[in-house]
Design a protein around this ligand. Structure first.
Ligand code: ATP
Ligand code: MG
Length: 564
């Protein structure tokens, strides 16, 4: 998981870890963590970090903590905590006895902050937020020191205690590290360690009204948990000097921070802020909308977790930001489901076929293979009768060249059944719409082969009308029309690039009767169409609703061919 494919040299993270083990830097230990902020649902980008961190722990016989970075009570909820736990479990990872929370360490973090104050390395500032920004200055010129920077240790300790005691309103004071207001690295210009926020916290309730910043909480939590390798995304490269400064100032266990490139995926967005905008703005049906790249959405859609892990393994880790093609993820799904999904017959846009020479009341059972890739999957019986449905697309009254499927006077093979010939077309007199086809079958061709050796050029799928299950099937397309949805001219809303046709609902599909028993979440290949799964929310017993996970068309192979 997240590990290089067999035969490949170790990636840069594994090289670093191998060196640390050889040098006994952490006594040979490997202890990672996955630190989500519970301010939204996890997405496929998080899956990359999860597979990497949990994967490294498995690979090196170490451990990986799940630690919630819950330091911003105004944006975090326990709904998000529960959703994140469910998603990590679903991906197939476990985090020991207990998940951990930055809020578990609030008391200890407060003590660390006092320790910095006592050492003259932190001070209470009373500039307001706008002034703090102004004093910090632009990146290309040194900032200015706050007039409060020289407060005595005693005064700082007292003010900090009163901040904690709730004696000041939001924004009145902050605790800042005393580092260097002229540093070229903005993160070292006296970064904020604590701010006053009068807001109840989903775990600590009203106990605190000061909260540590990400930068202050993160490294100290890593240290307290004995983390050895603290792996984060590239935006934090500039925070590493601060991460190191704080741990050195406190003289506590010092993990090594390593940065890697975050996942970007084409035709979607992977930022919680943007995802929240889509959910709250009603552009999608919720966090688990199957069109979203959230793990909840992918799960509901029917993505197998194995495919997501395989995808993370394929893309590997690097130091360079790049965009991964959505088609690669879809290809991982096809590879997994080609192995594991049973084949069934389903007609999405039905066209009625009457077989004139087939007896009215006869129903026979034909044998169909469940999965040609898996002989152990066995076979099943399909009912065959006088009236069938075929796909509207599989018939053309005036077929162009290279259209080998059904047409007037032409013969095709019905999958697992007989040769079928079209002998007539019934139309609506007013509209000219095709209502049904009149056909004949050749009883000698049972199983799909003619004893006289004559050939047909196409095999189509079908469902017996008499026994068919009528069901709703949802076809999803890309959520956005362009590969980079945020690439819009100034002043244009990125949401204007949403694909208005990302969901097509077909409500009169006809499925083979075995699917009446399909359980929520189960996945199938609808022959010739794609992979589909039973929607876990909108299905009822005997009345499944299906989501299309991916079509069978391999757009990844095409992209590779085109040299992309
Ligand atoms: P977002 O940018 O979507 O708001 P975040 O980084 O704020 O994400 P966190 O909950 O803080 O979200 O992320 C938890 C972990 O997942 C972090 O270690 C972060 O680096 C990692 N992570 C987040 N997004 C990605 C991504 N697109 N690719 C790889 N790792 C990611
Ligand atoms: Mg974050």
């Amino acid at each position: 998981m997240g590990r290089p494919e067999a035969g490949q040299p170790p990636d840069f993270i594994r090289k670093i870890i191998n060196e640390d083990i050889a040098d006994e830097r952490f006594g040979g230990r490997v202890h990672t963590r996955f630190p989500p902020e519970p301010n939204g649902y996890l997405h496929i980008g998080h899956a990359k970090a999860i597979c990497l961190n949990f994967g490294l722990a498995e690979e090196y016989g170490g451990r990986c903590n799940l630690r919630f970075d819950d330091t911003n009570p105004t944006k975090e909820t326990s709904e998000y905590v529960e959703a994140i736990k469910a998603d990590v479990r679903w991906l197939g990872f476990a985090w020991g006895e207990q998940e951990l929370y930055a809020s578990d360490y609030f008391e200890q973090l407060y003590e660390f902050a006092r320790q910095l104050v006592k050492a003259g390395k932190a001070y209470v500032d009373s500039l307001n937020p706008a002034e703090v920004r102004e004093y910090r200055g632009p990146w290309n010129r040194p900032g200015r020191e706050s007039p409060y920077r020289q407060r005595s240790v005693a005064e700082n300790l007292e003010l900090f205690e009163r901040m904690r005691a709730g004696q000041f309103p939001d924004g009145a004071h902050t605790l800042r590290a005393k580092i260097d207001m002229s540093s070229a690295n903005m993160n070292l210009r006296d970064p904020t360690l604590y701010r006053v926020i009068h807001a109840p916290h989903h775990r600590t309730g009203e106990k605190w009204c000061i909260y540590p910043t990400y930068d202050f909480a993160h490294g100290q939590c890593d240290s307290l948990e004995g983390i050895t390798h603290s792996i984060c995304t590239l935006e934090f490269e500039n925070h590493r000097p601060l991460y190191d400064w704080l741990l050195e100032a406190l003289q506590i266990h010092h993990p090594r921070q390593i940065e890697f490139a975050r996942l970007k995926l084409s035709y979607t967005v992977l930022s919680k802020r943007k995802l929240i905008e889509l959910v709250e703005g009603g552009y999608v049906s919720g966090w688990d909308d199957p069109r979203l790249p959230t793990l909840a959405g992918l799960r509901r859609c029917g993505y197998p977790p194995e495919a997501i892990r395989a995808f993370c393994e394929k893309i590997g880790v690097s130091k360079v930001n790049s965009t991964v093609e959505l088609a690669l993820l879809e290809n991982c799904v096809r590879e997994e489901l080609n192995r594991s999904a049973p084949r069934v017959m389903a007609v999405l846009r039905p066209l009625r076929v009457v077989i004139e020479n087939y007896p009215e009341d006869q129903v026979e059972e034909l044998e169909a293979v469940n999965n040609p890739e898996d002989p152990g999957a066995g076979s099943r019986k399909l009912p065959f009768s006088r009236v069938l449905y075929i796909e509207r697309d599989d018939f053309l009254e005036e077929p162009p060249k290279k259209f080998y499927r059904l047409a007037p006077g032409r013969e095709v093979r019905l999958r697992y059944a007989y040769f079928l010939k079209c002998v007539g077309v019934v139309k609506d007199e007013q509209t000219g719409d095709i209502l049904e086809l009149r056909c004949t079958y050749d009883p000698e061709t049972r199983g799909g082969y003619a004893p006289d050796g004559r050939k047909v050029k196409a095999t189509i799928h079908w469902v017996s009308a008499r026994k068919a299950l009528q069901a709703e099937v949802r076809l999803y397309d890309r959520l956005f029309r362009q590969a980079d949805p945020t690439d819009v001219p100034e002043g244009v809303d990125w949401k204007s690039t949403l694909n208005p046709n990302s969901l097509e609902t077909l409500d009169s599909c006809r499925l083979e009767p075995s699917l009446a028993q399909a359980r929520p979440g189960s996945r199938y290949q609808f022959e010739r169409l794609g992979y589909f799964a039973v929607d876990p929310l909108d299905s009822a017993p005997g009345k499944p609703v299906f989501n299309r996970i991916v079509s069978l068309r391999d757009s990844w192979a095409k992209l590779k061919q085109a040299g992309k």
